[in-house]
Ligand binder design. Structure first.
Ligand SMILES: NC(=O)c1ccc[n+]([C@@H]2O[C@H](COP(=O)([O-])OP(=O)(O)OC[C@H]3O[C@@H](n4cnc5c(N)ncnc54)[C@H](O)[C@@H]3O)[C@@H](O)[C@H]2O)c1
Length: 207
């Protein structure tokens, strides 16, 4: 069978906006939906410019997202979510912040633990809105269904994949990436190249 005859499914966020200066669209979108309580998952650099999101109502910022997040990082973010009870979770940063935001959007109140949702399509559902705003340019996490968290006991990355972790809104504003350190730009560029190779119908030859 040729590749053209093999069925494929393309899943994308309900709305994906791309353009310089669009970051404030997140706030307008949240306002249209009556959101009054938001939790932003970000790192230190993102926390300094959360105002750019123009979010309405009460905004709690968890600014501890660090590269290659691990289970204690996730647990800390989940504790904040349990206290804030957000209507909207926003991932604002690189893949590390966005992956944590996905899990913070689906785990609280679900009765499911991280270990119970590792693997494909084990998440029961999602009760809150999820928006993703990348500040790096390589992972594509804002438009995907996967989240990766490291288990410090084994150093393995636990991969959760669920359609419930697909964002309702992704806003890709290239202006946000200007401040990215050059080393991170290089790493994320290789990440983007690897995604292209993985998606190529010629991937078997590349290997
Ligand atoms: N979900 C997916 O499909 C997917 C795909 C690939 C990678 N990942 C995950 O993504 C993570 C890597 O993400 P990444 O490469 O985007 O890097 P990152 O999120 O780890 O960020 C790298 C560093 O850059 C900083 N940073 C981010 N944006 C910045 C900005 N605009 N200005 C200044 N500093 C900034 C961060 O604070 C951090 O210190 C890994 O945990 C990886 O497992 C997920």
């Amino acid at each position: 069978m040729s590749d053209l005859l093999r069925p494929i499914e393309i899943a994308r966020p309900a709305s994906l906006e791309f353009g310089a200066g669009l970051v404030g669209r997140v706030g307008a979108w949240a306002k249209e939906r009556g959101v009054t309580r938001t939790l932003v998952i970000t790192g230190r650099s993102g926390a300094r410019r959360v105002d750019l999101l123009a979010l309405p109502g009460q905004v709690e910022v968890w600014n501890q997202a660090q590269p290659e997040p691990d289970i204690p990082d996730l647990d800390a973010a989940l504790r904040v979510a349990a206290r804030v009870q957000p209507q909207l979770v926003v991932g604002f940063g690189g893949g590390s912040a966005m992956d944590l935001a996905k899990l913070v959007a689906v785990l609280p109140g679900s009765g499911q633990t991280l270990h119970e949702v590792v693997g494909p399509e084990k998440v029961n559902g999602r009760k809150v809105l999820l928006a993703q705003v990348p500040t790096t340019s390589g992972t594509g996490s804002e438009a995907g269904t996967r989240a990766l968290v490291t288990d410090p006991a084994t150093q393995n990355k636990l991969a959760v994949q669920s359609r419930h972790m697909m964002a309702d809104l992704a806003v890709v504003d290239p202006d946000l990436t200007i401040s990215v350190p050059s080393a991170v730009t290089a790493f994320t560029g290789v990440d983007a190249l690897a995604h292209c190779a993985e998606a190529s119908p010629r991937r078997r030859r590349i290997r």
